[in-house]
Write a protein that binds this ligand. Structure first.
Ligand SMILES: CCCCCCCCCCCC(=O)SCCNC(=O)CCNC(=O)[C@H](O)C(C)(C)COP(=O)(O)OP(=O)(O)OC[C@H]1O[C@@H](n2cnc3c(N)ncnc32)[C@H](O)[C@@H]1OP(=O)(O)O
Length: 194
């Protein structure tokens, strides 16, 4: 059983997404947006270490291998971890638009159990943009990039300013991020979005 609620149906005046001219070329890795991110950061020992690559248009692929630290039931991935992988994958799409955005809504279908040691092959694309609202969809397959769909999600991301993080984040992490030249460079790339 799957479906998308009315909140995730783009309005009639929604626009097709436009890939930013400086977006990474298809096949290029996107890299982590933040070293301490649970989804993509290399600095989180129990994180997902999800690796995303740009696709055509406003789409991407990503992979994540379920670790023992990600269990819910014995030997199986926790559903919240799988939702995190979908959230991270969908959030990475905004890098192709060069828009800073956070998840407003995430609707997930869990179709197959995902054992520890399994690599989840994720695909995602932005389907529409309406003002600050970005609509996107993702699937996660097991057994290979063409294997059966184990999880899927539809999401609404909402564009925010960098101030969103400065005003709401814990000061220690904000200050550390702002003194990291790589983080500042990446943030500026978003801010020059026309
Ligand atoms: C430096 C690089 C770092 C890059 C950092 C990137 C990090 C990515 C990390 C992975 C993704 C995450 O986990 S992000 C973390 C999890 N998410 C969050 O923490 C977000 C918490 N929520 C919020 O801060 C807020 O609710 C916002 C920003 C989402 C929205 O608040 P707002 O800015 O006041 O805007 P608001 O007017 O309410 O909403 C704007 C429009 O969106 C719609 N809208 C808002 N929420 C929803 C919703 N849940 N379901 C349906 N629709 C919604 C509204 O109806 C409205 O439509 P209309 O009236 O215009 O039609």
């Amino acid at each position: 059983m799957s479906g998308t609620s009315a909140a995730l149906t783009p309005p009639a005046d929604a626009q097709a997404p436009v890939r930013h001219p400086d977006a990474p070329a298809p096949g290029e890795p996107l890299g982590a947006h933040y070293d301490q991110c649970f989804g993509c950061g290399g600095g989180q020992p129990h994180g997902l270490h999800l690796e995303a690559r740009a696709g055509e248009g406003v789409s991407l692929t990503a992979e994540f291998t379920v670790q023992p630290a990600h269990q819910g039931a014995p030997g199986l991935a926790h559903g919240g971890v799988l939702a995190s992988a979908l959230d991270e994958t969908l959030g990475s799409l905004n890098w192709l638009l060069r828009i800073i955005a956070v998840t407003g809504r995430l609707e997930t279908d869990f179709l197959l159990p995902v054992p520890v040691g399994t690599t989840l092959y994720l695909e995602a694309e932005v389907t529409a943009v309406a003002g600050r609202k970005i609509y996107s969809t993702a699937t996660g397959r097991i057994g290979g990039p063409d294997g059966p769909v184990a999880v899927r999600a539809d999401a609404l991301f909402v564009e925010v300013k960098v101030d969103h993080f400065v005003e709401n984040g814990r000061p220690a992490e904000i200050q550390a991020a702002m003194s990291d030249p790589d983080q500042v460079r990446r943030t500026r790339a978003f801010e020059v979005n026309p």
